[in-house]
Design a protein around this ligand. Structure first.
Ligand code: CA
Length: 228
């Protein structure tokens, strides 16, 4: 079970995040300002820190810098209501590992947290955040998907599914593997939701393109490969 420290003064936002994380099996400790966060971080061991930029006593970016100065290497995810590139750059420069703009869907927050924890555990140490396959491009930090330079609007699950394909190109992915990786559940052969989602994704990724990249491997699963 991973321990997360959430530093956020807005009660509503904090409660929303806290509830969602606990439902997903995380242990969460809350701090309503930077001062409390500092003492909490000093006295407890966390697997991940979530810092809001707007805090009553200190800017979250400065708090992040302070934490890094104490030689603490815990993954840090910054939250900000300001959709500004500058904020993102400052946050990442201050030592944050990822950055999420409010408002966000909880599933997006969860995906970022899981990615950071994976990286931390060494399973994804070499993970690239920009994935390219043929004319498909996926930026897993900004959550932007493009094909031939045009944006593809994907839901959070479709994005995760496409990321999975792009991390395993030219390889047949079984429905069991997809269910486990994308939905964190055991695959039940009685359902067809994976086929449904792959079709959603196909419609968005391949429709209108001559070179289809998502293929069915009959009786086995699906594969990302070039038609060319
Ligand atoms: Ca705040």
């Amino acid at each position: 079970m991973s321990n997360i420290c959430l530093v956020e003064d807005e009660q509503k936002v904090a409660a929303f995040i806290c509830k969602g994380l606990e439902e997903n099996g995380y242990k969460v400790k809350e701090a309503k300002n930077a001062g409390l966060a500092k003492s909490l971080i000093q006295t407890s061991d966390f697997d991940l820190l979530i810092l809001d930029v707007m805090l009553p006593d200190m800017n979250g970016i400065d708090l992040c810098r302070h934490i890094r100065h104490t030689d603490n290497k815990t993954p840090i995810l910054m939250l900000s209501a300001l959709d500004q590139v500058q904020n993102k750059v400052s946050g990442l420069k201050a030592g944050a590992d990822d950055y999420l703009v409010k408002p966000f869907h909880f599933s997006e927050l969860l995906a970022r947290i899981e990615a950071l924890l994976r990286r931390q555990n060494g399973n994804g140490a070499e993970e690239e955040h920009v994935l390219i396959f043929e004319d498909l491009k996926l930026d897993t930090w900004s959550n932007i998907a493009e094909r031939a330079g045009s944006l593809i609007a994907l839901t959070a699950k479709e994005f995760t599914l496409l990321e999975l394909f792009m991390r395993h190109p030219n390889k047949v992915l079984s429905r069991e593997f997809i269910a486990e990786q994308v939905w964190k559940i055991d695959f039940d052969t009685g359902t067809n939701f994976i086929d449904v989602y792959v079709n959603y994704l196909r419609n968005k990724v391949d429709k209108g393109f001559k070179n289809k990249v998502i293929h069915t491997a009959i009786g086995m699963g699906y594969i990302l490969k070039s038609d060319k």
